[in-house]
Design a protein around this ligand. Structure first.
Ligand SMILES: [Zn+2]
Length: 572
């Protein structure tokens, strides 16, 4: 009996200390969590998404206003300049390219003259005034993928140097041998999209193969967005990093055509689209030379300018850990203004991504309410040119202001949930690293359930800034909206999300809506605050999970770093 009581007392004591510790932590975090509010978010969104900001295109008045607004907010909150040079900005050399493309195909004695931008879009990353491709042989290369881990090579021994390659969008849609109505889970992650399915990959492999031009056939379902999105994303000024080599290593012409044009081209050259597409889903596929030639002429107006990532810093409290970092990111840029449009010409980008920038500002505010601050430093960065292909984030990881080996985590926000509190949330980074575990635990504390991405086929992860950090080995976290909206019918959340993608995503109508309920956004931002706080104050580095394609990069990097440290002479 006595023994039991002792045990009991110890357990009670232990539980009480734990409770006390939890309570104390809750009390410590409370002012920070309370600083994140629907009104706080909305106030920033309203400014950034106002018509005055003209859709926040890089290198325009919209950039000037955005960069100034965000830096001013960081200053006002009490963040230090995030750039060691004493400013709140990192210059990103960009080139804005306006293309006037013309494209036609010759098949036998027939000619298909394509209408821009109804039938096609075309541009070049090369910083040259004109790209001219004359009567180039057209070769259908299936999905255009080379994936050694799946024993997959769409090119085989066919040399496509100087040719125009025509490709399907998405990952090879390999059916499950046991149930052909489904995709094979062992090939290209089944229904989920791998990087091989992204258009960025397709143009990269085209460049490696020395192709003159790469044409992607647009299909709404595998692309995950309608032609309208391709048209408005590419049919305007596009941006590239202004690298010293003027991007001469990129494929000279990159294009998208509609599936209707592709069908016509194939029929006119004696082929059948459906049959070709079917042949492309096997390893045995071989490129098909079409009886067709492509003419592409792109006149380019190029302006080089400096765009900016905006960055603020909160110093860590621990002198030993202060040189380690957690970084929050959100892109500030959007699609700008399209003067050729009738009616509303401004792509306000309220959700995409004024809402993310507002979240980062609110997170910064929250962190400054902590007394003492976390042990490690926290960086808050709003990136430029995400819409143009994650360029601001890419530039940052190529020219980091703080060592990436000492950057414990990147937490990104792109588009908050404006439809109310949810019971669930989705993990776009899909349990890739221990950060996802922290997110799941924090969600459970809010009484919510973390689910894997419900739409892995859309490849959302490859379309956010986190991807650039992941490629560089930094563990990343990106939470996507839940759809189980509290107090609404079960279909409500999904309906709202689908409606947003169909009607407002990358359209001028992505505007502030008086019907929004940002209480759900607050829930999510508070979660991201908790995860970031835990990492900034924790006793270990987050780690990639076994099997993650980014793990090796991180480990090589830290080994290299150790070696460098050993070689570096000590100066102090
Ligand atoms: Zn976005």
């Amino acid at each position: 009996m006595v023994k039991m009581r002792w045990w009991f007392a110890i357990i009670v004591c232990f539980a009480a200390t734990q409770l006390f510790a939890d309570d104390e932590l809750a009390l410590h975090l409370q002012p920070a969590l309370e600083a994140i509010t629907p009104d706080g978010l909305l106030a920033h969104i309203k400014v950034l998404a106002s018509d005055e900001f003209e859709g926040r295109a890089p290198g325009t008045k919209g950039e000037e206003l955005s960069v100034k607004y965000i830096s001013d907010q960081f200053k006002k909150i009490g963040l230090k300049p995030g750039n060691p040079d004493g400013t709140y900005t990192q210059e990103v050399p960009l080139a804005g390219i306006k293309s006037e493309p013309r494209m036609s195909f010759i098949t036998g004695d027939k000619m298909i003259d394509l209408k821009y931008p109804d039938d096609f879009v075309a541009s070049s990353a090369r910083l040259q005034p004109e790209i001219k491709i004359d009567k180039s042989d057209v070769v259908f290369v299936g999905y255009g993928v080379v994936a050694p881990e799946y024993g997959w090579d769409d090119y085989k021994d066919v040399d496509v140097h100087g040719k125009t390659i025509l490709m399907l969008i998405g990952d090879p849609a390999v059916p499950d041998p046991k149930d052909p109505s489904k995709l094979d889970d062992k090939m290209f992650k089944g229904k989920a999209m791998t990087y091989y399915g992204r258009w960025t990959y397709k143009y990269e492999i085209a460049a490696q193969k020395g192709a003159a031009a790469a044409i992607i056939i647009h299909e709404t379902e595998p692309a995950a967005y309608p032609w309208q999105v391709v048209r408005s994303s590419w049919g305007k000024e596009n941006f590239e990093l202004d690298n010293p080599n003027k991007n001469m290593d990129a494929v000279s012409a990159r294009s998208w055509i509609t599936v209707d044009i592709a069908k016509k081209l194939l029929t006119d050259s004696g082929q059948d689209f459906d049959a070709l597409r079917k042949s492309a889903i096997t390893k045995a596929f071989r490129p098909v030379a079409l009886n067709a030639k492509a003419n592409i002429d792109i006149k380019q107006q190029i302006r080089s300018f400096k765009s900016h990532n905006v960055i603020g810093k909160l110093d860590g409290d621990d002198p030993k850990l202060r040189d380690e970092y957690v970084i929050y990111t959100a892109h500030w840029d959007h699609l700008g203004r399209h003067p050729e449009l009738q009616g509303d010409q401004i792509f306000n980008g309220a959700i995409d991504n004024a809402s993310g920038v507002a979240s980062v500002i609110q997170l910064a505010t929250a962190f400054t309410k902590l007394n003492p601050p976390p042990k490690r430093s926290v960086l808050f960065m709003d990136t430029t040119a995400e819409e143009a292909g994650l360029l601001g984030a890419k530039y940052y990881v190529e020219h980091p202001l703080y060592p990436l080996e000492k950057t414990l985590a990147e937490i990104n926000i792109d588009g908050v949930n404006p439809w109310g509190k949810t019971q669930d949330l989705e993990d776009l980074t899909d349990r890739n690293s221990s950060l996802d575990d922290l997110l799941g635990e924090a969600a459970a504390r809010q009484g919510r359930v973390m689910k894997p991405s419900t739409e892995p086929e859309k490849g959302g992860f490859y379309r956010v800034d986190s991807f650039e950090f992941a490629k560089a080995g930094v563990p990343v976290l990106h939470l996507a909206r839940g759809i189980d909206v509290i107090g609404k019918p079960p279909e409500y959340g999904k309906q709202k999300r689908d409606e947003f993608v169909a009607k407002h995503y990358h359209q001028p109508s992505d505007e502030v809506d008086p019907g929004w309920d940002l209480s759900g956004a607050v829930q999510d931002v508070q979660l991201l605050f908790e995860v970031g706080y835990q990492v900034a104050n924790g006793d270990k580095f987050p780690e990639w999970k076994a099997g993650s394609e980014f793990k090796a990069k991180r480990e090589n990097k830290s080994q290299k770093n150790l070696a460098n440290d050993r070689l570096r002479p000590h100066r102090n």
